[in-house]
Design a binder for this molecule. Structure first.
Ligand code: PMP
Ligand code: GLU
Length: 409
């Protein structure tokens, strides 16, 4: 797997610096490779990309079809259709008790695009943005595309990947402008504790940081208690907080490309300016489908969760049986992130496994298992399995994983 930032030049056209600074999304790259191998006839089990293995719910699909049939196929308002922004505002009020007006909401072409708009609107050269690692693959690159500097805060499995106040203090500088939170996290499934959020809130208040809270997995949690959230810990931070969410994960709508951001009016207005000069608006048809998702019945994520939980239990048991791939039990999302470093230094057919990239390559080549190396998430001692796939695939996959590890000498 090529994790390099380089590019291949096959003409005289010289590319812009900004594109040389970033890498293609590794999750999407592994998924594409796994799909290509599968199409060529290989018996690949795909644990790579994180997307629910469910169809978009019927009432949502029907809303999309109806939009097409009714000719709702033209440009829409740049920030998204008013009824969807109202629907999102109502959702945030009902689910969390937060007050946002439709002018404080932007609908974007997926959550990733919302983050991109935010970074373009908020950050520039000289700005540092704190990103706790393991992080979702796209955060550092989206920050770099805004010519700002990602500053990586190390989290540890010993602390269940929670953020500690002293780590925060160690990495904060005069140039820190913001922090990205993701709870439940991709790739660890961990959630921030009340103490961590209190420490973040205190520092953010003191220093005037922007808090970006990526809540895309907030409907997929495995505990009983509701998740602690920075805005509930410190409601007074609302003026310096941007909430990112969307329907990709909660309504199995990854391909429809609808995400949304809630935040201060002037930031949303700046993001709208960027959207107006780039994508114009998210797809009209997809917005109508998303409207049905956010305003309709909310039992779909609960149905998915019921399917995910036995898979998670099975994987945790299978990992425990292997014995030397410790894994913090995820409290949300649909990923496990075992520590595979016990196998570093071992080899197969003369080739040594030196890190997560080599291990993921080995698993793909020798066990036909597609996983994402921890290096892509800033945590090289781990690999990520998405369990948003069938129990059948998981059972066979865990068997192949255990056998492949055993073959390493
Ligand atoms: N944040 C996190 C942590 C994610 O895992 C994803 C999934 N791709 C996103 C944001 C963006 O999701 P999308 O662009 O598909 O809405
Ligand atoms: N968020 C998913 C993942 O991590 C989807 C792929 C992507 O957008 O990175 O696999």
């Amino acid at each position: 797997m090529d994790m390099s930032h380089g590019s291949i030049m096959d003409s005289k056209i010289v590319l812009a610096d900004r594109v040389l600074r970033i890498k293609p999304s590794p999750t999407l790259a592994v998924n594409a490779k796994a799909k290509a191998l599968k199409a060529a006839g290989a018996d690949i089990l795909n644990f790579s990309v994180g997307e629910p293995d469910f169809d978009t719910p019927e009432h949502v699909r029907n809303a999309g079809k109806q939009a097409i049939d009714e000719g709702f196929t033209r440009y829409t308002a740049v920030p998204g259709i008013p009824e969807l922004r109202e629907g999102v505002a109502r959702r945030l009020q009902i689910d969390h008790g937060w007050d946002y007006s439709p002018e404080q909401i932007q609908v974007s072409c997926g959550g990733k695009h919302g983050l991109y708009n935010m970074a373009q609107a908020l950050f520039g050269p000289g700005d540092e943005v704190l990103i706790p690692a393991p992080y979702w693959v796209s955060y550092p690159d989206i920050i770099q595309l805004a010519a700002a500097t990602p500053v990586i805060l190390p989290l540890t499995e010993e602390k269940d990947f929670d953020l500690e106040a002293d780590v925060l203090a160690r990495y904060a500088t005069e140039r820190t402008k913001g922090i990205i939170l993701n709870s439940p996290s991709n790739p660890t499934g961990s959630v921030y504790s009340l103490e961590a959020l209190t420490a973040i809130a205190q520092m953010a208040k003191e220093k005037g940081w922007v808090i970006i809270t990526d809540d895309i997995y907030d409907t997929i949690t495995y505990g009983d208690a509701s998740l602690p959230h920075i805005l509930n810990v410190a409601p007074e931070l609302k003026d310096q907080t941007l909430i990112l969410n969307g329907v990709s994960k909660s309504f199995a709508m990854t391909g429809w490309r609808i995400g949304y951001t809630a935040g201060p009016k002037h930031v949303i207005a700046a993001m709208n300016k960027i959207q107006s000069q780039s994508t114009s608006n998210p797809s009209s048809v997809a917005q109508k489908a998303a409207l049905a998702a956010v305003t309709g019945p909310q039992d779909f994520p609960i149905t998915m969760k019921k399917a995910f939980l036995p898979r998670l239990d099975f994987i945790m048991a299978a990992l425990a049986e292997i014995g030397d791939v410790p894994c913090v039990r995820p409290r949300g999302a649909f990923y496990v992130f075992p520590n595979v470093s016990a196998y570093f230094g071992r080899s197969f057919k003369g080739k040594t496994i030196t890190g997560s990239v080599e291990l993921a390559d080995y698993l793909l080549d020798e066990a036909l298992l597609a996983t994402v190396p921890g290096a892509a998430f800033g945590a090289d001692r781990f690999i990520r399995f998405s369990f948003a796939t069938s129990m059948e695939v998981i059972e066979e996959g865990m068997k192949r994983f255990a056998e492949a590890l055993k073959r390493l000498e």
